[in-house]
Design a protein around this ligand. Structure first.
Ligand SMILES: Nc1nc2c(ncn2[C@@H]2O[C@H](COP(=O)(O)OP(=O)(O)OP(=O)(O)O)[C@@H](O)[C@H]2O)c(=O)[nH]1
Ligand SMILES: [Zn+2]
Length: 192
């Protein structure tokens, strides 16, 4: 049975179909409002995720002060201006300060902030701040490379334009050598 939220999203989609000149009763569209409702439920699930639940206490004591980088984390988000997809990869690095975070939690943080309406700059900052506030590291760096459908399939129609954003906190901000090490680490392609 559909929940009230799905029902509401279905009704909105039905209106949208009519408004763009479609016949919602034609065979191919009969189940479309339901599919779209389910799809939106998935694409916006980040609003209901909580950082504390995602981290799930997976923070471990560790004296290593070497830089940790998780590179090429793919993400799909939606721009808040047009509600069209933007997607790409996120690279996340930090230098532990006595604590390390369970590695899988880094892509989970990316997921939490990408599955909602976003702008790339804010998403970059939110991921960096989440790590900063969770493991209290010596520094954090986040670089996101994205392509925006609102710039490619409509509007300015530049289908080969890519946007890179970064947020650097702590030593990644204060020390150019640390920042350079991070940038070198995210530019190396070991796999793929
Ligand atoms: N800074 C930033 N801008 C974004 C992002 N995603 C989309 N935009 C921009 O949001 C802006 C909205 O501009 P408006 O002029 O209000 O909207 P519009 O008339 O649809 O703009 P065009 O896309 O230029 O046709 C556009 O310049 C988009 O490229 C993002 O992640 N970050
Ligand atoms: Zn947009």
């Amino acid at each position: 049975m559909s929940n009230p939220r799905i029902k509401k999203l279905e009704a909105i989609t039905l209106d949208l179909l009519k408004e763009i000149g479609e016949d919602p009763q034609r065979d191919g569209l009969l189940k479309t409002p339901y599919r779209v409702a389910k799809s939106w439920e998935f694409l916006s699930k980040g609003y209901e995720m909580k950082l504390k639940d995602i981290i799930n206490d997976a923070i471990y004591d560790e004296e290593s002060r070497g830089m940790v980088v998780v590179r090429d984390i793919d993400f799909f988000s939606l721009c808040e201006h047009h509600m069209l997809p933007f997607f790409g990869v996120a690279h996340v690095g930090y230098i532990p300060n006595g604590k390390v975070l369970g590695l899988s939690k880094i892509p989970r943080i990316v997921e939490m902030y990408s599955r909602r309406l976003q702008i790339q700059e804010r998403m970059t900052r939110q991921i960096a701040e989440a790590l900063w506030n969770t493991v209290h590291p010596i520094g954090v760096g986040v670089v996101i490379e994205g392509q925006h459908m609102c710039m490619q399939m409509r509007g300015v129609e530049k289908k080969n334009s890519y946007t890179t954003t970064s947020t650097v906190l702590g030593e990644f901000h204060d020390d150019p050598e640390t920042r350079a090490e991070f940038l070198t680490m995210i530019s190396k392609k070991t796999f793929g």
